[in-house]
Design a binder for this molecule. Structure first.
Ligand code: COA
Length: 387
């Protein structure tokens, strides 16, 4: 293997191809488009398991029994009450911060009522993980209501995570089909190999810092449009295109202006992201109720045009639709505004972030890679007056 002049392995741009951890959480096979979560293909879980079941699976390695699931549901509900510090953070954030900034700001305050902050046992960290999965959706819903000039709604403790999130946004108990659609989404995005935000969470967790800090950092990583920030822009693109016949010309024009087509391309997948199909199917199931059939047909046409135009512009790159493309359609069907798509991604991924932190804390070392210094040496300090 080649080495640099200082004897190190050469840097891999974007850490492409570098394996940074062994994990039992999930595996992404980009050549055939297969996502395995704790032994299950994503198609086995999505549309069948609830978000709570898959969260439990990630944290414990097995699907819960009915009794374990009921107990987990009660634990989650018991954490929905937010500490005063978080309530205050959301009130401030709703005045002039965007949703991802608000989420990061409010989640950072969640250590406030951690009475055993020095306890780093798996049990204590599982409690923190449960607290985070329970509260992230409450934070987003309360923020959304406040910025719309409405009062937050007290959590409905008979409802699961997906249903209570929709209830918290609207004050209305959602239809079973809507809950199923959101559960499908949350399950589909719960974990996905060593993506950028999960890596961020693992790095922070590896220093033996606390789980709230790790999840706060991960939210910062998720915010970026190259990671979790793409579904809003993907929807804007579909809306701007408007009719199928305009798709190809719109894409070509965007590429000619040096823009990236949101919802396309992936570091690992060289074929269509399997989550795109799962979310497309979930969107189709809801389409009749939500009058979105036409929008889905348009999205299909945009997808086909995008793949074709990208294949011509970037031959050999295999740029296909990723998870974000149909996320946009599904979450719009559920009545979410586009700038809530990324925070809603954060609800699902909190389960995966917490799973990776728990896994790393169970025996992983501090993550501390190296860099290759490529700057000058032997410079001499010149006092400021002489420069
Ligand atoms: N639109 C246009 N060109 C794209 C593209 C897209 N969506 N995705 C990748 N490319 C091009 C790049 O311009 C680059 O071309 P070049 O080598 O001629 O400069 C090539 O394909 C490889 O891109 P690169 O950025 O090196 O790939 P990556 O693995 O580092 O990036 C993504 C992966 C996801 C960041 C990238 O595909 C992207 O920006 N997609 C759009 C944002 C998105 O949908 N993000 C959600 C991801 S789930």
């Amino acid at each position: 293997m080649s080495t640099t002049s200082s004897g190190k392995s050469p840097a891999s741009s974007g850490l492409e191809g570098v394996v940074v951890a062994n994990t039992e959480m999930s595996d992404v096979d980009g050549q055939i488009g297969r996502l395995t979560v704790r032994g299950y293909d994503i198609e086995e879980l999505a549309g069948r398991a609830t978000f709570e079941e898959v969260t439990y699976l990630l944290w414990h390695g097995t699907l819960p029994t009915a009794e374990q699931l009921a107990q987990f549901g009660r634990e989650l509900a018991s954490y929905r009450q937010l500490p005063d510090e978080t309530v205050a953070a959301i009130e401030l954030a709703a005045k002039r911060m965007g949703p991802m900034d608000a989420l990061r700001f409010a989640v950072a305050s969640l250590t406030a009522d951690d009475k055993d902050s020095d306890d780093d046992s798996r049990e204590a960290n599982l409690t923190r993980a449960t607290m985070l999965v329970a509260r992230v959706p409450v934070i987003i819903a309360n923020y959304q209501r406040l910025r719309s000039g409405e009062r937050p709604i007290a959590p409905h403790n008979d409802l699961g995570v997906a249903a209570n999130y929709l209830y918290g946004l609207t004050g209305k108990e959602p239809q079973a089909s809507e809950v199923r659609g959101l559960d499908t989404y949350l399950v589909t995005v719960a974990d996905h190999g060593m993506n950028a935000s999960t890596f961020t969470a693992r790095v922070i967790g590896s220093t033996a810092s606390d789980m709230v800090s790790a999840v706060t950092g991960a939210i910062g990583a998720l915010k970026g449009p190259l990671h979790g920030g793409a579904p809003g822009p993907a929807l804007t693109m579909i809306e701007e295109i408007g009719t199928p016949d305009r798709a190809e010309a719109w894409m070509k024009d965007a590429l000619a202006k040096g823009k990236r087509i949101m919802g396309f391309g992936h570091r690992v997948y060289k074929v269509r992201d399997p989550r795109a199909e799962v979310l497309y199917q979930a969107a189709v199931e809801l389409a009749d109720e939500t009058d979105e059939r036409e929008a889905l047909e348009l999205a299909k046409a945009v997808e086909e045009a995008g793949v074709k135009v990208l294949q011509e512009a970037k031959p050999g790159r295999n740029l296909n639709t990723n998870v974000e493309f149909y996320t946009a359609l599904l979450l719009r069907e559920l009545g979410l505004s586009p700038d809530l798509f990324s925070p809603t991604f954060g609800i699902g991924r909190t389960a995966g972030w917490a799973a990776h932190i728990l896994e790393h804390r169970a025996g992983g070392r501090i993550i501390r890679p190296q860099s290759e210094y490529v700057g000058p040496r032997d410079l001499h300090y010149v006092p400021v007056a002489e420069r």
